[in-house]
Ligand binder design. Structure first.
Ligand code: 5U1
Length: 683
């Protein structure tokens, strides 16, 4: 904003008010982005920001570079200017196993000529873009990429748009010159939302959060960067003038935090190298539950005087080491593509790969999702592809290395007929998924339907695993879900690897499963788009199965969370003669439940048990608990088979793992808040 001498001058009160608004907004940003503990409601923040914008529009003289209104720059740039780093931005040496880390510690102690343990600062190594932020008299002057470590690019306009980047520093003792270094990254949930939006708009998606962060920072138009969910986390300093920083790295980071920077909440000090190894193992267990990607742990000699004594070699400090986790992305060869048929007939292309070690396991299959995804990737059989396996998510093909494409690479042909039953494969306009039209004629669909029926959250038939279902169907002993209750001891005991005792156990489990609830039974039927929650809502709304079976689409849409699509699938399901016969056969076999209490005083989450774990960023723990209780849920402290849902925030560890083991639905905070709002809680 340019200032002209003819600009109207604000009164002293207006000047004071502008300053007051700066302070309020800056404080609110700090609480929101750095402390994860917002005090000012969003609407209130927006009102104050609008008030400041209005004041500045009327009196351009009030606009300063550190004003909270000045995050998004004016027009796009034509290129990024070069920036020379006064203090080079170093890289890190890597260790890949405990021995290499211990070797590093030995070198450190040899150089320091000590046999005493050395204390280390431990921090996750974020998979983002290294950045330098230069503050003069506490005001952000310049932001630059690392580049080659000596010369980077000036991306100030873009970095200013990142909410957690302070435009002006807070508190006391701010140095005259302070260059802070850290990482700009994209949290996993923001990345997923960004890609979902891009895919819906038919735009190119990003391969991983790091590429998304890099692409966002390289925009010449900062208005685009401003729409990207980027975060800053700082881990060190470069140039410092006019202040002395604490003599320990961990304390220095806490000082940066007080000045307004976000630091990693997992940061800790380890007494010695064994403590570092323990930290590495613990963070490794938590890695998948963290809300951001990390590729290792950085260990730094904590005492900065010792750091200075140790100095550097080439481009890396002698006092720091990155201990890398197993890579989550690797290249391998696509040997073939097979097509699997799911419970609802969905035909999914599965990549058969040359086995590759990725994300800590050997992977030989990855999903290619659907026909559109094959087209988007432009992948052919024979290609070298990049596979990503993060946590327990199914491995994905994320990109193709086109430069390595062999001459004999061949196109992937999507089948026109089901590979299992040969029925035509059909596509519904607007739906990416193609489906086998064979219904229960198709043994693949039948197998999946039976597996689903038997699963823990459905009829919970203990001992009826996937392999056994396949065996029973393949041997012609089982044709439908109701057929499960006709199986005899003789038939079961005659199966390969099945003794008399296991056969009897299975029959006992089948008998026990007959005593169920209406929600579980509805869920077990495997109606398209009817998950556990919808099954519960349907049961609660109609109370008994007969009323539900007679309901038309219009009536079904009166059920909580049921829209026209779900209503259509439900009505269509119950109209099928085959479904009616199956239900009748199941009831004849003795499957029963108590009638559900309908509507009335019951609350939406009555009878449910929820667990909260990890850090919540928007709600406080007690607010979250209060909301759940208001909706009728019980909030428990530990996860068990009785838990219905788990809300997992950043840093969730063993409880989240247990929930995954038990196949209990987990929600991140955003989904949790959405669920609360959907049930009338105003947040
Ligand atoms: N957490 C963290 N990441 N990281 C990256 N600390 C850290 N330190 C670095 C780098 C490149 O370098 C300094 C040790 C020089």
């Amino acid at each position: 904003m340019t200032k002209k001498s003819t600009d109207k001058q604000p009164t002293t009160e207006q000047r004071q008010r502008a300053q007051e608004l700066h302070d309020i907004l800056q404080r609110a940003n700090y609480q929101y982005y750095v402390l994860d503990d917002p005090e000012l409601p969003d609407a209130e923040y927006d009102r104050r920001l609008r008030e400041l914008q209005d004041l500045e529009a009327e009196y351009p003289d009030l606009v300063t570079p550190d004003s909270p209104t000045q995050r998004v720059g004016a027009g796009p740039l034509t290129s990024f200017a070069e920036v020379r780093h006064e203090v080079p931005m170093l890289s890190l040496d890597n260790a890949f196993n405990d021995e290499e880390l211990q070797e590093f510690d030995r070198r450190v102690r040899d150089r320091l000529n000590t046999s005493e343990p050395v204390e280390y600062a431990c921090e996750p190594k974020l998979d983002g873009i290294a950045i330098s932020l230069l503050y003069r008299e506490g005001v952000l002057e310049r932001a630059a990429t690392r580049g080659d470590g000596t010369t980077g690019e000036d991306i100030t306009q873009n970095v200013r748009t990142v909410g957690s980047v302070p435009l002006r520093l807070l508190g006391n003792g701010v140095p005259a010159v302070l260059e802070v270094r850290g990482e700009i990254y994209m949290p996993k949930d923001g990345f997923a939302a960004l890609n979902k939006k891009a895919a819906e708009a038919g735009e190119k998606t990003f391969v991983n959060p790091r590429n998304a962060a890099a692409g966002s920072l390289r925009q010449l138009d900062s208005r685009i960067t401003a729409q990207r969910p980027l975060q800053l986390c700082v881990y060190g300093v470069g140039q410092v003038e006019g202040a002395t920083l604490p003599g320990k790295h961990t304390e220095m980071l806490l000082q940066l935090n007080r000045w307004g920077f976000r630091i990693n909440s997992e940061m800790a000090a380890a007494r010695d190298i064994d403590g570092c190894i323990e930290y590495y193992q613990q963070l490794g267990e938590k890695r998948d539950a963290l809300p951001y990607d990390i590729d290792g742990i950085v260990f730094k000699v904590n005492d900065t005087a010792l750091q200075r004594r140790l100095g550097f070699v080439a481009r890396a400090p002698r006092w720091a080491m990155a201990y890398k986790f197993p890579a989550q992305e690797e290249m391998t060869e696509l040997l073939d593509v097979e097509f699997q048929v799911g419970r609802t007939g969905a035909v999914t292309p599965v990549a058969r790969l040359k086995p590759v070690f990725v994300g800590g396991v050997t992977v030989s299959n990855a999903t290619l999702h659907n026909r559109d995804e094959i087209e988007r990737l432009g992948v052919k059989v024979g290609d070298t592809v990049v596979i990503r396996r993060a946590g327990d998510v199914i491995p994905q093909v994320v990109s193709v290395v086109e430069s390595k494409r062999p001459k004999n690479a061949r196109d992937i042909e999507f089948p026109t007929h089901c590979p299992v039953c040969d029925s035509p494969v059909e596509s519904t306009p607007g739906e990416a998924v193609a489906r086998c039209s064979g219904g229960l004629i198709c043994s693949a669909q039948r197998k999946q339907a039976i597996k689903h029926f038997a699963s823990r959250k459905a009829m919970d038939i203990d001992g009826l695993g996937d392999k056994l279902v396949e065996q029973l169907v393949d041997e012609g002993l089982l044709h439908s879900v109701s057929g499960l209750y006709d199986l005899t001891l003789e038939q079961l005991a005659g199966l390969e690897r099945m003794g008399q005792k296991s056969a009897q156990n299975l029959l006992d489990a089948l008998e026990r499963s007959k005593d169920t609830t209406l929600p579980k039974f509805l869920y077990a039927l495997g109606i398209r788009e009817v998950g556990e929650a919808t099954a519960r809502n349907l049961a609660r709304h109609y109370g008994d199965l007969e009323s539900l079976m007679q309901a038309d689409e219009e009536s079904l849409q009166e059920v909580e969370d049921v829209g026209p699509v779900v209503a259509h699938f439900v009505a269509e399901f119950f109209q099928q003669t085959h479904a009616q016969e199956e239900i009748e056969a199941l009831r004849q076999a003795g499957v029963h439940w108590q009638p559900e209490e309908t509507g009335g005083e019951e609350q939406p989450l009555s009878g449910q048990t929820w667990v909260l774990t990890g850090k919540l960023e928007t709600l406080s723990r007690s607010e979250a608990k209060d909301y759940l209780q208001r909706l009728g849920a019980k909030v428990a402290g530990s996860v068990s088979a009785k838990t219905d849902s788990v809300v997992a925030g950043p840093g969730a560890g063993s409880k989240l793992n247990k929930a995954r083991e038990l196949d209990i639905p987990t929600l991140d905070e955003e989904a949790f808040i959405e669920m609360l709002r959907g049930r009338g809680i105003e947040i």
